[in-house]
Design a protein around this ligand. Structure first.
Ligand SMILES: O=c1ccn([C@@H]2O[C@H](COP(=O)(O)O)[C@@H](O)[C@H]2O)c(=O)[nH]1
Length: 241
């Protein structure tokens, strides 16, 4: 119901130049995954990279995590929508007025992207939240921010898959859960802290799995991507295509 293509995989194209980005994208298939353009790629290549990926047939998640005063955030979200992206996000901690302004900016858009609120970064730990003056567990903070995101009318949240089942219980099946911090069994967590395997994440209720380095830094990125998708069919009952 959420998906014109069945695959939940969104590959994070975290590279710093068009050549590497397109070389990677040309080896992936828009039938098997979507792609994510984040701060590194967008800052290096600009909005043109979004169009180039769309011309290859990919739906694009523009992961710029807007966080600013309401009017600036709203205008940035509208500019992202005008690029024709499939999904765009803002930081939930920008507050309710910022979230409502972002939502309102898409009100008259013909084909509005999914608008998603970033809760607590998947690299963050309880200790780091405490250092920011937040005396809650990551899960408690995620649930609290998600309630605000839903109240402002956004489509869902970025969270860790570790919070997915609680979020699903809190917000229902249609509230979109986008989960980075995905690590196939045995792979390095790198700077991620709240992680799950692809199958665990799907079983916990994730809708979309954002996966970067385990695919993009692999010797054979396409084989890893295909193996992840095959593992979802085998272990989590998610059939792609
Ligand atoms: O909480 C968040 C929000 C966004 N990200 C982004 O997802 C990818 C993850 O890449 P990996 O290489 O698989 O770690 C990356 O682009 C982040 O900017 C996130 O990780 N956590």
């Amino acid at each position: 119901m959420l998906d014109p293509i069945m695959s939940p995989v969104v590959v994070a194209l975290d590279v710093d130049n068009e050549r590497d980005c397109i070389a990677l994208a040309e080896r992936l298939s828009p039938k098997l995954c979507r792609v994510k353009v984040g701060k590194e790629l967008f800052t290096s290549c600009g909005p043109a990279i979004v169009e180039k990926l769309q011309l290859l047939g990919f739906e694009v998640f523009l992961d710029l995590k807007f966080h600013d005063i309401p009017v600036t955030t709203a205008k940035a979200v509208k500019a992202a929508a005008d690029l024709g992206v499939w999904m765009v996000n803002v930081h939930a901690s920008g507050g309710i007025r910022m979230l409502e302004a972002a939502k309102e900016s898409l009100a008259n858009h013909q084909k509005a992207p999914l608008l998603i609120g970033v809760t607590v970064l998947t690299s963050s730990t309880q200790e780091e939240l405490q250092q920011l003056g937040i005396n809650r567990s990551p899960a408690e903070q995620v649930l609290s921010l998600a309630g605000m995101v839903k109240g402002a009318g956004l489509d869902g949240v970025v969270c860790s898959a570790q919070e997915a089942s609680a979020l699903k219980a809190q917000n229902g099946d249609d509230f979109v859960l986008v989960t980075p911090g995905i690590r196939p069994a045995g792979s390095d967590n790198q700077d991620q802290r709240r992680v799950m395997t692809p199958s665990e994440a799907m079983l916990a209720g994730s809708h979309y799995l954002v996966i970067g380095r385990p695919i993009t830094k692999a010797q054979d990125p396409i084989a890893v991507c295909n193996n992840i998708i095959a593992s979802l069919a085998g272990e989590a009952g998610v059939a792609v295509e």
